[in-house]
Design a protein around this ligand. Sequence first.
Ligand code: FAD
Length: 465
Amino acid sequence: MINLSLKKNEMPLQDPKERINNFDEVSLGYSLEQAIDEAKRCLACKHKPCVKGCPVEIDIPRFIQKITQGEIEEAYQIIGESSSLPSVCGRVCPQETQCEELCVRAIKGESVAIGRLERFVADYHHNNKHLLIEHVQSNNHKIAVVGSGPSGISCAYDLAQLGYKVTMFEALHIPGGVLVYGIPEFRLPKEIVRTEIKTLQDLGVEIETNVIIGKTLSIEDLFEDGFEAVFIGTGAGLPKFMNIPGEMLNGVYSANEFLTRVNLMKAYHQSSATPIQMAKRVAVIGGGNVAVDAARCAKRLGAEEVSIVYRRSMKELPARLEEIEHAEEEGIIFKLLTNPVQIIGDEKGYVQSIECVQMELGEPDSSGRRRPLIKKDSNFIIEVESVIMAIGTTPNPLITSTTKGLDTNSSGCIITKDDSGKTSREMVFAGGDVVTGAATVILAMGAGRKSAHAIDMKIRSLNQK
Ligand SMILES: Cc1cc2nc3c(=O)[nH]c(=O)nc-3n(C[C@H](O)[C@H](O)[C@H](O)COP(=O)(O)OP(=O)(O)OC[C@H]3O[C@@H](n4cnc5c(N)ncnc54)[C@H](O)[C@@H]3O)c2cc1C
């Protein structure tokens, strides 16, 4: 029977007062009963509007129907037809602007909690049953995937399922991209990422870590080694700064460095080789997921007052809704319509305060959001001892500057000819943040999938000649 409740089943959460003292996961996940009850809210619409909102086109109503029948492993297999990272996506996708936005139940009430159900199914599978992966017959064609973030994982997963021998090259010592070095443990436990990457390895994908393409090996070396196509999914990991006075002061971090030290180097453990001594008052500049993650980490590292300083209003704040709500519950202060103009230091070169201006919103700009304009004579001071810059990132130019004929745009992103990720270099494909600039996990995964299928088509056509 259909569950006619207008509201989603609530996600059990760790208490805010407790969780600001630990890095354990905040959202605890549905029980089997809660999942079945939530799944019964799905109307199983024939035209499946939700699927159109999913960049990897998971057959959402079909997997949800399996949950209503208690057939969780079958639900997992359906998700697995399209997604290599369901436990991850169930946790970090902005479902409210994708599949859930198009859910018919959202017309009157709340959408079905598609993301929470996806997470439930994938976790249930990982916790209860590990199906033996059927080994696909190898076709002996070798493909190189550069970068082990969501775009690379998704590309490698689909290619491996088609029989290709895939080797993934990763610059860092651990695979996973932003999933391991950017998104904090309390939102995405690293064990989950490791489990989903293990599925990839079980499919036969080889992962070579500590290999920087453009330095250790070039793209040309990969072709010389017998790889027939290369997919570049190297993300956008180079932090942007505001170019205002004071950004070189002690106590100023890029969010990238800060989060890498927290997530990858476990700066919150006493035993960490590079611990972070958090200042009492911290300002995080920016309003995306990165800013909210940095602010919530600073709080957990002991900062007493953490503010997010954002130049537009709450309505334009790009971070996921759930993360904003969780940050508010944890006492993060949102200083909106505020923009720094300089960081002020003391005589020893340490951050003392930031000088800001108040903003007001004008007409929409090219992004469709209302343009922030400086209010005249509105300068004021916020006293802080640390500043974290989270105003965006661009791709690292290492590969594009060492590879002949790979066209980039003025932001350093690789230009692709179509949505299959074809670049200006023959047999080189690219996708994810390195093409779009900083975006989302699921968009990167969608791009990786499309390139995998384009590479397959190309190799098949070359071998038919
Ligand atoms: C803190 C933070 C929070 C986020 N939160 C969310 C969220 O909640 N929801 C969401 O959907 N998105 C979120 N995002 C964005 C999302 O994580 C990215 O859009 C996504 O990871 C992009 O995937 P990718 O595969 O293109 O690149 P990445 O994940 O950046 O992976 C690229 C990989 O390539 C490697 N690499 C780079 N150069 C080389 C080289 N020369 N040789 C070999 N390897 C190389 C890198 O080390 C990295 O491992 C967040 C991002 C950050 C930083």
